[in-house]
Design a protein around this ligand. Structure first.
Ligand SMILES: Cc1cc2nc3c(=O)[nH]c(=O)nc-3n(C[C@H](O)[C@H](O)[C@H](O)COP(=O)(O)OP(=O)(O)OC[C@H]3O[C@@H](n4cnc5c(N)ncnc54)[C@H](O)[C@@H]3O)c2cc1C
Length: 201
């Protein structure tokens, strides 16, 4: 698209993530934001090793939480709870695996290790911006809300957003209503009957 191109749209899906431009198109005087930061972070790695389990493992350990999740038959994703101001430079791969082994230690079970393909520290926060609709603009996903990364939170959280919009798409666009995937009400909270996708994390 050439710079300066102007598009006219019947509807705008504001699904451009937390740092996108759509949420800021809603006048600040109309916006209310709820935000909470949590006093810990997650150090996450993507490891080139088959998952050590066929289900998620949420680990409760005196040293902090740990999570083993699955990405593919050859990829695992693992997390360690760390202080919120932790620096990733303080965590060479050997230290990460040693801490994962310590927290996940269970007689008769083995945590498989492999090359660390990615690593980073994710701060934990919750963020919700309201309204999620402004005229023809509909916010969805991280543009409207972020929650800490519990299991598969992205899709499970976003999908119930849709019926929360004050008017469904069909009300704005009646000629297209028969083809719009909106008719089934989904209760607007996770864990209460909406679709759930796993694995997450
Ligand atoms: C480390 C990590 C692990 C995660 N694991 C999981 C998981 O296991 N399961 C899960 O469900 N969720 C997970 N999440 C959360 C999930 O990634 C997000 O909730 C989800 O990606 C949000 O999707 P989105 O489409 O709203 O925003 P995004 O994924 O941020 O996508 C927004 C898109 O809009 C584009 N964009 C931005 N601005 C503009 C612009 N001006 N013009 C055009 N395009 C623009 C961006 O380039 C981007 O492609 C994880 C997040 C992190 C950080």
């Amino acid at each position: 698209m050439a710079p300066g191109t102007r598009w006219h749209a019947t509807l705008i899906a504001g699904c451009d993530g937390f740092h996108g431009i759509c949420r800021d198109a809603i006048p600040a005087r109309l916006q209310t934001v709820w935000e909470t930061s949590y006093p810990y972070a997650w150090l996450g790695i993507l490891a080139g090793v088959p998952p050590s389990t066929d289900e998620l493992i949420y680990c409760h350990h005196p040293a902090g939480f740990a999570l083993h999740s699955l990405r593919s038959p050859q990829l695992s994703r693992l997390y360690l709870q760390v202080p919120p101001d932790e620096e990733i430079a303080a965590w060479p791969d050997d230290r990460i695996w040693a801490e994962l082994q310590r927290r996940f230690a269970l007689p008769g079970w083995e945590l498989k290790e492999g090359p660390v393909l990615e690593k980073g520290i994710i701060t934990m926060r919750s963020f919700v911006s309201s309204p999620m609709r402004y005229g023809r603009l509909f916010l969805a996903g991280d543009a409207a809300h972020i929650v800490p990364p519990t299991g598969a939170k992205g899709l499970n959280w976003r999908w119930p957003t849709l019926p929360c919009w004050p008017a469904p798409w069909s009300a704005c666009w009646p000629e297209a209503a028969p083809s719009l995937p909106m008719p089934t009400p989904i209760r607007a909270s996770t864990g209460s009957g909406g679709p759930r996708i796993s694995p997450g994390g």
